[in-house]
Design a protein around this ligand. Structure first.
Ligand code: COA
Ligand code: MG
Length: 296
């Protein structure tokens, strides 16, 4: 369970080091859009070197490689996999077939370097091309190494020639609400985490709180960050509150006390099976966060 996933450019030792100590559940060392073309080879080496150094306990380290059709992805994966990242973020993934290609590379590299088979996860950014939107339904048929699904609006907007992706209220316009929803359902159909995309306006932490609450309300369990200031807001928003935990426990207790009842009342409100499922989910999320050894 990763609540916050903080990006750090892979050609900045300073930011990679700083990102590791902020409290993010995952740091994504970036080789793609935050690294200039001429810096990509050096970034690849810096990221591998960084991964070989002392890693902050309790933090997962993923690497965002370049897209498969960039001509760089194979070199990126071969360059960083031997340093055993926890996962690879695959941008501009067009569907499960792209993940299978990356999984095959990883199969070979893990064997070659004596790493446990299947240990390196894959997290696709699954909505960054127009074709990818149609591939979202295919993930549910089974994808190796999938640890979650996330989405992105910027590259998709550029690909279709959109002049904006937010409306006057700073809400996603309809095309991005649609892809966000499809990402959510694709992830849940696979039984993996749905991870919400970046909020680029990183100084606006008030707005970030709202956006995180909406994401959590809808079923996302984590969010990407691009700036340290976003991490505590995200961690808090995606951690069940004391009130939520108490309510979830009360729902579970009510059904335990009435094992033959399909529906009950709790504080004057009807509860039935979906409420029990949600209560169990909240407690499971809390347990997974506790297992990370961190609090909000
Ligand atoms: N990881 C680690 N440290 C970061 C950071 C990040 N993502 N973003 C900012 N910082 C550091 C800065 O280096 C600075 O450190 P210092 O006080 O020790 O000098 C501090 O946090 C405050 O940063 P600030 O001045 O507010 O922002 P900035 O102008 O330095 O950086 C960005 C703004 C957007 C360039 C920066 O946040 C960034 O690089 N984000 C990640 C971009 C990325 O990876 N994008 C790809 C995914 S979309
Ligand atoms: Mg991008």
């Amino acid at each position: 369970m990763l609540r916050s996933l903080l990006f750090a450019p892979g050609d900045s030792d300073k930011k990679m080091t700083k990102a590791s100590g902020i409290g993010a559940d995952c740091v994504i060392l970036d080789l793609e859009d935050s690294v200039a073309a001429q810096r990509k080879p050096v970034a690849r080496e810096m990221v591998a070197e960084f991964l070989r150094g002392a890693r902050t306990p309790g933090v997962k380290f993923y690497v965002r490689v370049n897209p498969l059709d960039s001509g760089l992805a194979q070199h990126d994966i071969a360059g960083v996999a031997p340093a055993a990242p926890d996962g690879i973020v695959l941008p501009k993934a067009n569907g499960p077939e792209d993940l299978r290609i990356v999984a095959h590379y990883l199969d070979v590299l893990e064997a070659e370097h004596g790493l446990p088979a299947g240990a390196i996860a894959i997290l696709p950014v699954a909505t960054e091309t127009p074709s990818a939107v149609f591939g979202l339904g295919d993930y549910r048929h089974g994808v190796p190494r999938l640890s979650g699904i996330t989405w992105g609006a910027e590259d998709l907007g550029a690909a279709v020639g959109a002049s904006a992706n937010l409306d006057a209220n700073k809400d996603w316009t309809m095309p991005y609400q649609t892809t966000r929803s499809l990402c959510l359902f694709a992830a849940h159909a696979c039984g993996v985490q749905a991870i919400d995309t970046v909020m680029a306006d990183f100084r606006d932490t008030e707005r970030l709180e709202v956006v995180c609450d909406e994401a959590r309300r809808d079923g996302f369990t984590g969010k990407i960050a691009i700036h340290p200031a976003q991490v505590p807001v995200i961690n808090e928003a995606f951690s069940p509150s004391a009130d939520e935990l108490a309510h979830a426990q009360a729902v579970i207790d009510a059904f335990r006390a009435n094992p033959d009842a399909g529906t009950l009342q709790l504080d004057g409100k009807m509860i039935d099976r979906p409420h029990l499922v949600q209560a169990e989910r909240i407690l499971a999320i809390a347990a997974q966060i506790a297992a990370l050894g961190k609090n909000a």
